[in-house]
Write a protein that binds this ligand. Structure first.
Ligand code: IVH
Length: 669
């Protein structure tokens, strides 16, 4: 009996760890959340009945653990060094020249550099003994850190056991723990809603989560980690950095997807510029790239200076923090009536954009940071999100600064505002507030929703101000004459806008769902909802329980959706919309579709299809598009300038198609 239970426990453990890897590292789940939960629960209950059979690397050990009184200190096997910085291209060239001198090589030798992203998180040192995660420590002073093993074990993308090739007797693996930007924003929204302190940036949020004494807090935060380095090692040798990182990937770690071996400084500069272009669209924060001599013998030979390896450099991007002055504080009224105080600041350049405003979140945050009009402040921006005020530079105060309080009436419609007990948000209670209406209309017509081209913020504003749009559905009742009366409209522009409105009457279902502006429901969620419910009325009737069955929908989202449709006003608005907009449900994918259940990775530029067109084509035919190549990838579709993904496909023997090949696979030919 116990033999077969043991075998079952071992099998479940192996399977769940495999699915964790697919989901959290490769971003390519192979089973549904519901199936995963079933496996997990079965393992949990078997382990409860037979605690002696529980494996120490069991996935159930990721949850929980008792709160600690304090962290123990842990000495690193090898010190954690730091990196010298290059802030400009010239400084990088100077680094390259220096490295040549230290290696005693002629300046025209093209050195082999390994380039990757510089993740902006909390550095961590993991120790694996005989392939098992034995401990995890923060950097501390570089020699001794804090033992945060309990918290790190809760991060599902971190292997509890090294998979694949035989593990070394001991190895220290170094990387960065971080919180993706979207999760950071969501965490802050929750913190705000619960009247708790918001985190200044994703890095602080990650650090704050890892340094919690109660591991259940870390477990509740969607932390992840990228790994790139080693400390002390027994029992393996590597020749090149690139080879080491490939091994990390094979062991089951997340490594940066943008990593490249570059020959010579020019190639590094090209990589640096390419990544800068992509910086805003990455799902996590980076503050530069790290350039490392790829040959480990070279790296050794170059040695260290002031606790930094001479053969590595952090090649940084322009900072996203800057000082400026708050000239005024205005109040914005959002889609749901929330009043948000916004600082109008003296324009500054920040990470490549000119910033004129920064969010102050709510009154509590203003009070907590003691922000006043006229203050000199530090502002910052993460990813492409709205900048925020981090702190006041109090030493610059003159005494002329003025305190600010949110008004007790809506600045737009003058209705009273309300702040519910326990909530940090102040809301305009009127449903007829035109500020809210403008935001709802703007959201409905935006690019990712109904995509009415040409109907920007200014036009929505005029339409509402002139009383032409009193409900979102009114957009579809507008005539040419209405536009001709607006400022700046002529015959042609009116006709164009009218055509755009006509063109939006039959949107894909998910676009309408997204356009409704339900709190927490973004584009990806809308797609899942559309596939699952196939009509808006079906969605509007769904219970929380039914919603929880949908891919990637958690309790908070489910609650928010049910809440949205429980308001009579929202239902009326929806009914009116459905009279004028006729969404198209996604095609039912039959099991016979060529791509049903297949995973496809796109890389490079295709001759005629854009990224989003290709994705749509694949999804319409039952396939799933993923961003990274693994053994589970069924096809890689490669275009011009395809990079490491193509190489990887070739190494793994994944079939590679060009655009023509994809089309003939789908359409035959
Ligand atoms: S290699 C000698 N690679 O940046 C230290 N570090 O400013 C070797 N970091 O302490 C570090 N991404 O915490 C390396 N791809 C990357 C990195 C990276 C982020 C952090 C790391 C380091 C700090 C130095």
């Amino acid at each position: 009996m116990s033999k077969s239970v043991q075998a079952r426990i071992e099998k479940l453990t192996r399977e769940i760890l495999h699915h964790d890897h697919c989901y959290y590292v490769l971003d390519q789940p192979e089973i549904s959340d519901a199936e995963y939960d079933r496996l997990f629960r079965e393992l949990q209950s078997l382990e409860e009945e037979h605690p002696e059979l529980r494996l120490h690397y069991s996935p159930t050990s990721r949850v929980g653990g008792k709160p600690l009184d304090e962290f123990q200190k842990l000495r690193h096997g090898m010190p954690m060094l730091s990196l010298a910085n290059a802030l400009t291209e010239e400084e990088f060239i100077a680094f390259d020249e220096r490295v040549h001198r230290f290696l005693d090589l002629p300046q025209d030798d093209q050195l082999e550099y390994f380039c990757e992203l510089k993740f902006d998180g909390l550095s961590i040192n993991l120790t694996y003994r005989d392939g098992n995660l034995a401990s995890a420590a923060t950097r501390g002073d570089g020699e001794v850190g804090e033992d945060v093993t309990q918290n790190i074990r809760t991060i599902r993308s971190i292997p509890l056991r090294l998979e694949g090739s035989p593990p070394p007797a001991m190895i220290e693996i170094r990387g960065e723990i971080l919180l993706p930007i979207r999760d950071f924003e969501r965490l802050n929204e929750d913190q705000l809603a619960r009247g708790q302190k918001v985190f200044a940036n994703p890095r602080n949020a990650a650090a704050g989560s890892v340094r919690q004494l109660d591991p259940s807090i870390a477990a509740s935060r969607p932390l992840t980690g990228f790994f790139y380095g080693m400390g002390s090692v027994e029992g393996v040798r590597f020749e090149r950095m690139s080879q080491f990182e490939d091994q990390l990937e094979n062991w089951g770690f997340r490594v940066g997807s943008h990593r490249k071996v570059c020959r010579g400084a020019e190639a590094v500069l090209k990589f640096y510029r390419e990544i800068l272009e992509k910086r805003d669209s990455l799902p996590y924060e980076i503050d530069g790239i790290v350039v490392k001599l790829n040959r480990l013998d070279h790296l050794d030979r170059a040695g260290t200076v002031s606790r930094s390896p001479r053969g590595m450099i952090a090649f940084k991007y322009p900072p996203r923090q800057e000082c400026t002055t708050i000239e005024d504080i205005i109040v914005q009224v959002g889609r749901t009536g929330a009043l948000t105080p916004v600082a109008m600041v003296a324009p500054v350049r920040l990470g490549g954009a000119t910033i004129r405003r920064a969010t102050l979140h709510n009154q509590d945050e203003i009070d907590r940071k003691d922000i006043r009009i006229g203050d000199r402040v530090l502002i910052q921006r993460a990813g492409d999100v709205i900048p925020e005020v981090v702190q006041v530079i109090t030493s610059a105060r003159t005494g002329k600064e003025r305190k600010f309080r949110l008004p007790d009436h809506c600045p737009v419609c003058e209705s009273p505002v309300e702040r519910k007990p326990g909530e940090a948000v102040t809301r305009c209670v009127s449903r007829n507030c035109i500020a809210q209406l403008k935001e709802r209309v703007r959201h409905l017509v935006m690019k990712d929703a109904l995509n009415i081209e040409g109907m920007g913020e200014k036009i929505v504003e005029q339409l509402v101000d002139n009383g032409l749009v009193r409900h979102p559905a009114d957009v579809f009742g507008l005539g040419k004459q209405d536009f001709l009366e607006l400022e700046g409209f002529g015959e042609k522009s009116s006709q164009n806008l009218l055509d755009a409105i006509e063109g939006a009457r039959h949107p894909e279902l998910y676009r309408l769902i997204f356009g409704l502006g339900i709190r927490h429901v973004g584009e990806a969620t809308s797609k899942n909802l559309a596939r699952h419910f196939r009509s808006v009325p079906a969605l509007a009737e769904a219970t929380e329980e039914q919603l929880l069955d949908v891919e990637d929908i958690g309790p908070e989202m489910a609650r928010s959706i049910v809440e949205h449709f429980s308001h009579a006003e929202n239902r009326h608005e929806l009914e009116a919309l459905l009279k004028v907009v006729h969404p198209v449900a996604p095609q039912q994918v039959s099991a016979s579709s060529v791509l049903a259940g297949k995973t496809v990775v796109l890389t490079g530029t295709l001759p005629t299809l854009s990224r989003s067109d290709a994705t749509k084509l694949i999804e319409e035919h039952g396939g799933k598009v993923s961003s990274s190549v693994s053994k589970k990838t069924d096809y890689v579709v490669a275009g011009e300038e395809a990079g490491s993904k193509l190489e990887k496909a070739r190494t793994l023997g994944v079939p590679v198609l060009d655009e023509e090949g994809l089309k003939s696979l789908i359409f035959g030919g």
